[in-house]
Design a binder for this molecule. Structure first.
Ligand code: NAP
Length: 292
């Protein structure tokens, strides 16, 4: 079997096009222009490039963006006052505090200050709590996990009753994607670094989500024939043939997986592009919710 390659770039482009049109319509109707504020503390190059990409996407879709950059030695009080100000600014519909924060800062206290209605990253403890509760709806769900569900729904007729194995239990990916899969009525197994006999558990998966952060860790013979594989990992491995000296690989041994799975997301070009598209969608929704 040669797996279908799930084209995250195209899926994200399609989603962004529909957002672009919605934003343009809002302008025609005289409704508010969605606005996203990002708060970046420090000069971590990866965080800087993620924030830059988010602003580029805003510009591309007609969403207003506000960029707040603070030095690495910003105090807790200062950061909290910046977030509070954004919380009260009517032009700002969504607030994104780029994580991780420098370790001296209390991340949970900062996230708590973001109003639920502006929590477009979906990491406010109340939104995460609602995600975990039956019959409750979070205002927003985290972007990468939402992107994964979006791709799965495009790929599979139904997720209901499927055995889903998620490798990784982080606050950002593993745990929220497990909760979202549960909401789709899949049966979930969450694995982590202390899981015993991971390959055997993975082999039971109709849907296998790898969010580990270890290059090509999941081997082809861990995959059930016909499974749908979502590779969230983004890992740099040395490669002298590349100008920059490295290439990006996922958490799944891609070439091996192609032979066994029915569908798989590539790295790059799979889950990654959906993350920003989902953030743009959440920002548009935040503006729509304000109107309602
Ligand atoms: P993380 O916070 O480091 O979490 C990694 C998870 O993997 C942890 O739950 C850990 O278990 C588990 N793990 C580590 N080694 C393991 C092993 N040998 N066997 C089984 N489980 C193991 O990472 P993350 O933030 O979730 O990110 C995971 C990957 O996704 C990274 O490569 C990251 O770059 C990528 N990512 C991509 C996007 C995107 O938009 N494409 C977004 C976010 C993250 P314990 O809990 O027991 O430590």
């Amino acid at each position: 079997m040669t797996a279908t390659v799930i084209d995250g770039k195209q899926a994200a482009a399609d989603l962004k096009e529909s957002i672009r049109q919605e934003v343009a319509q809002r302008k025609v109707k005289g409704l508010s222009v969605p606005g996203l504020a990002t708060v970046l503390v420090g000069e971590d190059p990866a965080s800087q490039s993620y924030v830059k990409a988010k602003h580029r996407a805003c510009e591309d879709l007609g969403i207003t963006s506000f960029k707040i950059e603070l030095p690495a030695d910003t105090s807790q009080e200062k950061l909290e006052s910046v977030v509070n100000e954004l919380a009260h600014d009517d032009k700002v519909h969504g607030i994104l505090v780029q994580l991780p924060l420098p370790k001296e800062l209390d991340e949970e206290r900062v996230l708590n200050l973001i109003p639920l209605s502006k929590d477009v990253d979906g990491f406010h403890p109340v939104n995460i709590g609602r995600l975990a509760q039956k019959g409750r709806e979070p205002a927003f769900a985290p972007c990468t996990p939402s992107g994964i569900i979006y791709l799965l729904k495009k790929t599979m007729e139904s997720l209901e009753g499927k055995n889903a194995v998620v490798i990784g239990r982080s606050n950002i990916v593993g745990m929220p994607v497990s909760l979202l899969l549960l909401r789709e009525n899949a049966t979930i197994t969450i694995c982590h670094s202390r899981t015993r006999d991971l390959p055997a558990i993975a082999r039971g998966a109709d849907i296998l989500v790898a969010a580990i952060g270890r290059p090509e860790y999941v081997k082809g013979d861990w995959i059930k024939p016909g499974a749908v594989v979502i590779d969230v990992g983004v890992n740099r491995v040395e490669d002298d043939s590349k100008k920059r000296g490295y290439r990006l690989v996922g958490d799944v041994a891609y070439e091996e997986a192609l032979e066994v799975a029915s569908a798989i997301t590539p790295v790059p070009g799979g889950v990654g592009p959906l993350t920003i598209a989902m953030l743009m969608q959440n920002t548009l929704r935040a503006a729509q919710m304000r109107d309602a």
